[in-house]
Design a protein around this ligand. Structure first.
Ligand SMILES: Cc1cc2nc3c(=O)[nH]c(=O)nc-3n(C[C@H](O)[C@H](O)[C@H](O)COP(=O)(O)OP(=O)(O)OC[C@H]3O[C@@H](n4cnc5c(N)ncnc54)[C@H](O)[C@@H]3O)c2cc1C
Length: 544
């Protein structure tokens, strides 16, 4: 019925067959929610019409809403809804321009395709996530994604110059930073946009002190609305609020990114830790030499990589299969001999001067030797690719191959200050130890941001209880250490309910006001960020 109505107003495709609805019932989270229709908008006019359609229905008291979806790799349930999914990958997939350290692209462009184009001009968007082969640039903006280079370059929020967004009045707007004079002109406009700017400006100014103190004091954060970043006293920038808002404030139709020139040379050091207790001292030793990236994966990830080696080889696309097999010999040997490390650390050093990188590596090497750490300085780029692929693909391998149990991301993305790790980690292991779970740990050691992914049987009622209890225990611990419950992956269905506790009632109220200013009828991705319902989320745990 809804699909039939939509077909009358949409030039693109509207699909509602069972197979399609089943496909769009999942993202990479542990939830399952079946939409009523999937729309592939042809152009901006389609999107504007769709928003007006949803607003009309809401005015009639009907529960119609719009959830944007691009790659569908969200780990929080952010891309799931019972109502209308809007998929951007079919028609909104053009890279319009790459020049002058910037690129303009539509949200449905896959990062892997985007990077191919930017690298032709020796330019890079350095905030790409580990899901770089399967996610889009739109999802990266909407989730404020980060990845292996974030330690040096920051997250996606640092690279959004301008956005085009369809807002809740059903019109597309160009959003970019404004100075005080232009802001005043905008506010004086007696339009939806003018009123929106005024309300947000008043909100951030009147609550300036509260908001500045609410900003988590860690290097990355994807939780909540980043109201503290909108107005710095000189520049008013609404893109800072839209980035990371998970499609709850409007629909992104175009992004202008700032790009960087990648460093000319890089070399990888791999450090093997026998026990997690050595992590804080190893991390300290490495960080002194300012690696561009500093990542990790654990023994379970390593075993998994060996177990599913054929899938890994497909991704690696080796020129010489024999050479690649040879490169995996040390890993085979570690597993056979029982000498498998608990944690593998990857520290990549980059620069425009090869000699300087080598000197840094040599100094690091002698520090690691005196600290009795086992390590390798990787010379061959193919071998470095092997390590990076194991790090990037660990979660995907688990998602695709484990039978009987499934990946359950719910303590998948917390962050604390690196200097707090020696106190934080023992407390974390104590909590994890109570639950007797199998899990992998990978993550961004440099930022003290960890991805813990348990494997669980969600059809077992005990799993639901464990997820609830364990997530609260870990989030409470993270809060005690003044961290954030999500550094990159965002809030979605899994974490939004905890935002009130994380930020406190007053700040949460400002989040609610923000949502109302942008989306008074609650059209855009309801139940994420604000108005979330933990019971609803847990009623929708995936069955498979
Ligand atoms: C194997 C794997 C590894 C991952 N590694 C990382 C990692 O290292 N770092 C990291 O940050 N994340 C990671 N993720 C999570 C995820 O891949 C990223 O958040 C990614 O950027 C999401 O992109 P997507 O295109 O799949 O977005 P989707 O899943 O389609 O959507 C993500 C969110 O953005 C919203 N959205 C999508 N398009 C629009 C639009 N046009 N307008 C408004 N809102 C929109 C959706 O409603 C949803 O809330 C990983 C996921 C997987 C499966």
């Amino acid at each position: 019925m809804l699909a039939e109505e939509l077909k009358k107003i949409i030039k693109g495709e509207v699909v509602s067959d069972e197979k399609t609805l089943e496909k769009y019932s999942h993202d990479a989270s542990l939830f399952e929610i079946k939409p009523k229709a999937v729309v592939f908008p042809k152009d901006v006019e389609d999107l504007e019409g769709l928003v007006r359609f949803a607003a009309d229905k809401k005015m009639q008291g009907k529960e119609v809403s719009i959830t944007a979806r691009s790659g569908g790799t969200d780990m929080t349930g952010g891309a799931l809804t019972e109502s209308i999914i809007v998929d951007f990958t079919k028609h909104f997939n053009r890279i319009k321009n790459v020049s002058n350290y910037s690129a303009v692209a539509e949200p449905g462009v896959f990062y892997r395709d985007f990077e191919k184009e930017t690298l032709k001009q020796n330019l890079l968007l350095p905030s790409f996530p580990a899901s770089r082969e399967i996610c889009t640039v739109g999802g990266m903006v909407a989730n404020n994604s980060g990845g292996e280079k974030t330690l040096s370059y920051g997250k996606t929020e640092n690279y959004v110059l301008e956005l085009k967004v369809v807002l809740s009045d059903g019109r597309e707007y160009a959003i970019k930073p404004l100075d005080k004079k232009d802001l005043e002109i905008k506010i004086a406009e007696k339009t939806f946009e003018g009123r929106l700017y005024k309300k947000v400006y008043d909100l951030v100014r009147e609550n300036d002190v509260l908001l500045k103190s609410a900003k988590p004091a860690v290097s990355k954060n994807s939780a909540g609305y980043y109201l503290w970043n909108v107005w710095d006293g000189k520049i008013f920038d609404l893109t800072k609020l839209l980035v990371g808002s998970q499609g709850t404030l409007g629909i992104i139709t175009e992004i202008k990114f700032r790009l960087i020139q990648p460093k000319k040379f890089s070399r990888l050091a791999v450090i093997f830790l026998k026990d997690m207790k050595f992590l804080p001292s190893a991390a300290k030793a490495v960080l002194k030499y300012q690696p561009e990236s500093f990542e990790s994966y654990d023994d379970n990830t390593l075993k998994l990589a060996i177990r599913f080696l054929p899938s890994l080889i497909k991704i690696l696309k080796p020129k010489n299969l024999f050479k690649l097999a040879w490169e995996f010999l040390p890993e085979f040997w570690m597993i056979l001999s029982g000498g498998i490390p608990k944690l593998v650390l990857l520290a990549e050093f980059a620069g425009d001067n090869q000699k300087e990188i080598l000197e840094r590596l040599e100094e690091l090497g002698s520090d690691l030797k005196s600290g009795r750490f086992k390590f390798r300085m990787v010379k061959d780029p193919e071998e470095a690719k092997k390590y990076w692929t194991m790090r990037r693909e660990s979660f995907n391998l688990l998602r695709q191959h484990i039978k009987g149990k499934r990946t359950a991301p719910f303590i998948d993305d917390f962050i604390v200050l690196p200097e707090k790790l020696p106190d934080f980690l023992p407390r974390l292991y104590k909590i994890l130890g109570k639950y007797n779970l199998i899990y992998t740990i990978a993550g961004h050691v440099g930022d003290a941001n960890f991805h813990i992914i348990p494997l669980m049987d969600l059809s077992d009622p005990k799993s639901k209880e464990i997820i609830k209890k364990l997530s609260f225990e870990v989030y409470d611990l993270v809060l005690e250490f003044k961290g954030s419950i999500t550094a990159e992956h965002n809030d979605g269905l899994i974490r939004s309910h905890y935002l009130k506790k994380m930020y406190g009632e007053k700040v949460y109220k400002l989040f609610e006001e923000t949502k109302k200013i942008f989306d008074p009828l609650n059209i855009f991705n309801p139940g994420k960020k604000v108005g979330s319902d933990q019971d609803y989320a847990f009623q929708h745990l995936a069955k498979r």
